[in-house]
Design a protein around this ligand. Sequence first.
Ligand code: DX5
Ligand code: ZN
Length: 220
Amino acid sequence: MEYILSPSLLACDFSVIGEELKQLEEAGVEWVHLDVMDGQFVENISFGVPFVKSIRKKTDLFFDVHLMIVEPIRFVKQFVEAGANLISFHVEATDRVKETIDKIHSLGCKAGVVCSPDTDVEEILQYADQVELLLIMSVQPGFGAQTYLEYCTAKIMKVRQYLTAHGLSAWLEVDGGINASNLKTILKAGADVIVAGNAAFSGGDIVANVKALREAGMPS
Ligand code: DX5
Ligand code: ZN
């Protein structure tokens, strides 16, 4: 099945970030997923604007920036200037969803809206005709290497049905707990962008990990 793989740098070895990016390119990956956490919206702090800016100098990969921060509108300009190609943000993190989408677009960047596992998909579907990407979290946001929440598969199917029924071309990204064993189910449910943190970076052989994920996603 055709899909875009977006490895999450949250699981990489930050001490050799340049090497990790090179390996992703060697593996034929086109996107990289950047998880920004503020210690408020989620119980974790990751990295911010300076990190994105500095790795932008090292790679031309498509920067898929996932903001897990409160009131994301405050920071979209800085992330666009740092090199984001797409910025997605949580509908739970702001009451200014439409305004935030418009701001991202006005800066020449693609926009996405995200729902956490326990948020109804209606909360993002109402923006489906205004964004380039819808993101369904399949673990509670904040940490990598968690287990995929099975009940999210029905949410993926619902969003795919909606996009098809309305002739919309937004990407449907799924993030959290995806590995070679459950990838196919998630693709069949309708995802076309797959985030993989642990599955892409564990053990350090990124090229082999990406190859395994590609094989697991092949039609049988
Ligand atoms: C969690 C992040 C995810 C995470 C995915 O809050 O949004 O992108 O890094 O990691 P894995 O694939 O290990 O679940
Ligand atoms: Zn993410």
